[in-house]
Design a protein. Sequence first.
Length: 206
Amino acid sequence: MENVLDLYQRPEAAAYPLVCVDETSKQHLKEVRPPLGVVKGSASRYDAEYARNGVSNLFMIFAPLLGFRHVEVTDKRTSIDFAHICRDLVEIHFPNAEKILLVCDNLNTHKPASLYKAFQPDEARRIAEKIEFHYTPKHGSWLNMAEIELSVLSRQCLCRRIGDQETLKREIQAWQTRRNEQAATVKWQFTTDDARIKLKKLYPAV
């Protein structure tokens, strides 16, 4: 926990970008009857019945000090999918970084070993050497700022029925473009000193 909290107190450094990654899913629900037209002074109305149309996985890549986020929509969230997210971090999103400081939770796919499942050893090693992994503790995923940004995405974009993956991608693209133009970020205030007071019971007794 303190490792992640101390990381959040570091100043911005272009060569060492702080990046938080987390994922969630979105179930696709298709309307079976056209929604009723919007009437002035009334909320929009739609039928309670719907048709399930699959599920998409969403990887949130969030660099809070840069006010940048990118959401990658995939069919699954396997170790192979995570490996490709790591490659994108190195090759597309932060190609000039000396080392990417990556915060993620302890999901079994969030390991450097996933790179070796997806790529040849030399390629996997090249990517792994560019990433410094920092893990939130068990039951401590709230320490990952990507989780906060996923919450914003859910409230502002995903809190409605979206019938298919292509529509989902378009809606998310519009949302992230707007957020990036605003350079929206998270003002993290919880520090290691705060943790030692407020979460004292979680520390071992010496």
